[in-house]
Design a protein around this ligand. Structure first.
Ligand code: SF4
Ligand code: SF4
Ligand code: SF4
Length: 407
């Protein structure tokens, strides 16, 4: 989950409330651990080895990203002047709160001691499975840093679906544990604890409506960012028909609750279209290439999706390695290459995509594409789902206009 600016978001947008905004700046990720207490069935961190990062490597990384910028790409320099975001990922990074505390102290010291331009504009961010707040050290860490920290909890939907995938090693679902600590989470992070990131797959489709209602009414989330995973989950025509029905029910629900919630599935982004005869634009879709990510072995990758744990087929180091904290060297050529290759014009190869009006709102993750194809070729598994979302987004915003005008 991205870091969210916590001010000014209680304001209502008049229709569906606005999504929480990302805190602006250079996003620097540290893969602090491969450990996780869950065994989610779809976890793409396929080769987890239960180890933590060495603190000295973290220090070196923080020194590099807050140090001289002569080897930064122009985009990295621009972002760093706006702010700095230190994102901790795992496994689940809350597995080792003492390490996070040391890192947070070092960032504080470093930003001040170098007089970094963003010394008053930096934040930390963690996305967690929400089951580790029972550990008093985790709570202590969160309470200590809450003013500079964003903690997002990932939920997959109603218990029927969440507990099928987000499970402990003994196979038990994790929803009950999340609910147990929800009151504490709400007290410490009153705004961000009302937002959740939720992953959908083929199996979630029959529960889409039930999940939306459960997350809003039972769990009290108002900003619900649901996304379908982009890998092939084997959806059939029957699944798409069912998705269409479920989307219809969800859209009616969101229309009825339009002044109190946000639902990412029909964000205005899904209204974007293009003329199928025009060339695909020469711009990227994501931050890969300007989101340096430190791996446990001291190498810097273009974003977390290029970490070896997420690329089971392996990646040519010339493509994926953007720096090395052991030598203090950046390899800006690698960052530039990824930025170039991930442009929509570069990686869109399928003829049906080249002529598709929905292309601007069709998501892809270039790291995931590379993991699948061993090349920069856009995946298309999400094709029908995107079109269904786009059509329901049109319906939602049209209905909204008429409701507002009638009111
Ligand atoms: S919580 Fe995240 S890291 Fe842990 S098993 Fe689930 S998906 Fe993987
Ligand atoms: S995958 Fe489908 S929706 Fe996406 S750009 Fe290609 S044709 Fe369009
Ligand atoms: S490659 Fe994927 S994970 Fe990395 S920034 Fe792009 S969309 Fe995000």
């Amino acid at each position: 989950m991205g870091l969210m600016e916590l001010s000014e978001h209680l304001e209502l947008g008049g229709n569906m409330i606005r999504n929480l905004e990302e805190f602006p700046g250079l996003n620097c990720t540290i893969n602090t651990t491969e450990q996780c207490n869950l065994r989610c069935r779809y976890c793409y961190e396929v080769s987890k080895r239960s180890r933590n990062i060495d603190f000295d490597l973290c220090k070196r990384f923080i020194d590099m990203v807050t140090g001289p910028q002569d080897q930064f790409t122009p985009m990295m320099r621009k972002l760093a002047s706006e702010g700095m975001i230190f994102d901790f990922i795992g496994g689940d990074s809350l597995m080792d709160p003492a390490l996070l505390d040391r890192i947070a102290l070092y960032i504080t010291y470093r930003m001040k001691s170098v007089g970094h331009p963003a010394r008053d504009r930096w934040r930390m961010s963690i996305s967690t499975n929400g089951t580790l707040f029972g550990n008093p050290e985790v709570r202590q860490f969160c309470e200590r840093w809450k003013d500079l920290l964003s903690v997002g909890v990932s939920i997959d939907g109603c218990p029927e679906i969440h507990d099928r995938y987000r499970v402990f090693p003994n196979g038990e679902g994790s929803m009950e544990r999340i609910r147990q600590w929800l009151p504490w989470y709400r007290e410490v992070f009153p705004i961000q604890s009302r937002s959740t990131k939720s992953t959908c797959s083929k199996a979630s489709i029959p529960y889409l409506y039930e999940s939306l209602v459960y997350m809003h009414e039972t769990l009290g989330f108002d900003w619900i960012n649901q996304n379908f995973i982009m890998e092939d989950t084997g959806c059939t025509d029957e699944d798409y028909t069912l998705l269409d029905e479920q989307m219809g029910k969800c859209v009616r629900y969101v229309l009825d609750h339009r002044n109190e919630m946000y639902w990412g599935m029909i964000d205005r982004l899904y209204l974007q279209r293009r003329n199928p005869d025009d060339p695909i634009p020469d711009i990227g879709r994501c931050g890969s290439g300007c989101m340096p990510c430190l791996s446990l072995d001291g190498l810097i990758y273009p974003c977390f999706r290029w970490l070896p744990i997420s690329q089971p087929g392996g990646v040519d180091p010339k493509i994926a390695i953007s720096g090395d904290v052991r030598t203090g060297r950046w390899f800006p050529g690698a960052m530039d290459l990824i930025l170039e290759k991930s442009k929509r014009s570069e990686c869109t190869k399928d003829p049906k995509c080249l002529k598709c009006e929905y292309e601007p709102c069709c998501p892809f993750c270039i790291g995931g594409c590379y993991a699948e194809h061993g090349d920069f070729i856009r995946t298309t598994h999400i094709c029908e789902i995107t079109k269904i979302q786009a059509r329901w987004a049109e319906h939602y915003w049209r209905e909204y206009e008429s409701l507002e005008n009638a009111g």
